[in-house]
Design a protein around this ligand. Sequence first.
Ligand code: HEC
Length: 127
Amino acid sequence: MNHQARTPRSRVLATMIAGAFVLCCSTAVLAEEAVAVKADAEAAKKLAREDHCLRCHAVNKKKEGPTYHAIAYKYQGRADAEEKLIKHITSGEDRVKLTDGHEETHKFDTKTDPEQIRNLVRWILEQ
Ligand code: HEC
């Protein structure tokens, strides 16, 4: 009798401790990711300006290219978005066709720092 009464209580306690542990850890991980993923907007805009991205793109105004807002919307919820866009704008495999019919390679200078490119892509995906 005594034994039976004790088992469920210790199990409840164990579950509570485990639950608290999981909650605490996942919150810490989430907080850390949020900090790591948030782009440096000023650096991103500076790079976009210097690398002439803004000639064809704006956050909310349609130019030759889609708005960054539209790109973020298109890739919303896709885990591979960041890698895919980095490849898109660094490989030069994808050419863009402009309204006057001519095509251009759609690509950064190879000397651009990969971390800066990643930051810009993150920022685009936040718009
Ligand atoms: C000459 C005009 C032009 C320039 C300069 C330009 N883009 Fe684009 N961009 C486009 C066009 C047009 C599209 C849409 C066609 C496409 O998706 O291939 C596009 C699409 C994109 C996309 C979305 C791709 C997708 O898969 O939906 C991203 C991201 C992007 N550009 C980033 C950049 C960045 C970053 C720069 C600066 C290094 C840049 N673009 C410079 C014209 C340009």
